[in-house]
Design a protein around this ligand. Structure first.
Ligand code: DON
Length: 305
């Protein structure tokens, strides 16, 4: 397996040239375009890695999966999906038009920025600090890594330049999707996106979902199987944004990308996979990371379809 991963990384390294590191959040420009790494956590406790798997990066949109799980646990799925839809959108992850023209002002799904911000507003906690603390603790628990923390520079950078997200959030406040303090909700959202991880950490999140909400290493059941099922379905249809259809055809796994360069993928009942490759395509997905997952899916027959 390690040999296979090594080969896949080597074959696909050339693709890092075709993309660019995200620059709309200034701190992300520091990412190394040439990095490419992969980490696999199987459900029977085996772990394999190759390439630059030790690269640290901010979790970014992969955190949307975590806050969705917590929001469902806090409110039940019916309430959550009365506020945020579950329909795929062909628009970009930070699209504004979509919010006004579709779904009676409800964001289309929890994976685009508007939907994710609305989801954060549903998480219970007295103060924003407590809400974020819950997200951080949950992330530490399912990754088995108590050292996960926010990257303060990334957080400050995103908060200082997050006006697109601010406009999405204020718009949703005007339509009643968000009912609490917009700046406080955004602060939690910026913090959750700034959690710093490695592909080992995200492979563990994938393994936890592959195992229907039970942490493979400890056997602890953290969420109902039904919640894991819903989250995987939404990842399959919306996790790679407006590239989700192509990803389903070529790779066929529930997955979630982030502009830090990470992709978390789930091979149900088999393994969780984390890849990192900060060189992104125009849709904000890791360009070489997708190639790595495509090869891995083919070699190990991981497509769910
Ligand atoms: O809100 C943002 O724009 C970023 N914190 C996260 C966006 C993101 O990761 C999109 N992913 N590919």
């Amino acid at each position: 397996m390690e040999k296979l991963l090594d080969n896949i990384i080597q074959t696909n390294r050339k693709y890092v040239e075709e993309g660019e590191v995200a620059s709309y959040i200034p701190e992300l420009k520091k990412g190394n375009k040439n990095d490419l790494g992969v980490y696999v956590t199987t459900l029977n406790g085996e772990e394999f890695s190759a390439g630059d798997y030790e690269t640290r990066f901010t979790i970014q949109s992969i955190s949307k999966v975590i806050s969705l799980i917590i929001a469902i646990m806090d409110n039940g799925e019916d309430y959550v999906f009365s506020k945020v839809g579950v329909e795929h959108t062909a628009d970009a992850f930070n699209s504004i038009t979509n919010l006004e023209t579709k779904n009676l002002h409800r964001p289309s799904n929890p994976m685009i920025n508007a939907g994710a911000i609305a989801i954060v507003s549903l998480i219970k906690g007295r103060e924003p600090d407590e809400v974020f603390e819950r997200i951080l603790n949950f992330t530490r628990k399912i990754t088995g890594n108590d050292n996960i923390n926010i990257n303060r520079e990334a957080y400050i950078s995103e908060k200082a330049t997050g006006d697109r997200n601010r406009s999405l959030a204020y718009f949703m406040k005007s339509t009643g999707v968000i009912t609490n303090d917009v700046e406080k909700v955004l602060d939690v959202y910026f913090k959750q996106c700034s959690m710093e991880v490695t592909c080992k950490d995200i492979s563990r999140i994938g393994a936890f979902l592959a195992n229907d909400g039970v942490i493979p290493l400890t056997g602890e059941k953290v969420i109902p199987r039904e919640t894991a099922r819903i989250v995987k379905a939404i990842m399959t249809t919306c996790g790679m944004y407006d590239a989700s259809g192509e990803f389903a055809v070529n790779i066929g796994m529930p997955a979630k990308s982030g502009v830090g360069g990470g992709i978390m993928a789930v091979a149900p009942e088999k393994m969780g996979i984390g890849v990192v490759g900060p060189s992104l395509d125009k849709k904000g997905n890791s360009i070489a990371g997708i190639k790595v997952l495509a090869d891995l899916s083919k070699e190990l027959e991981l497509s769910i379809f």
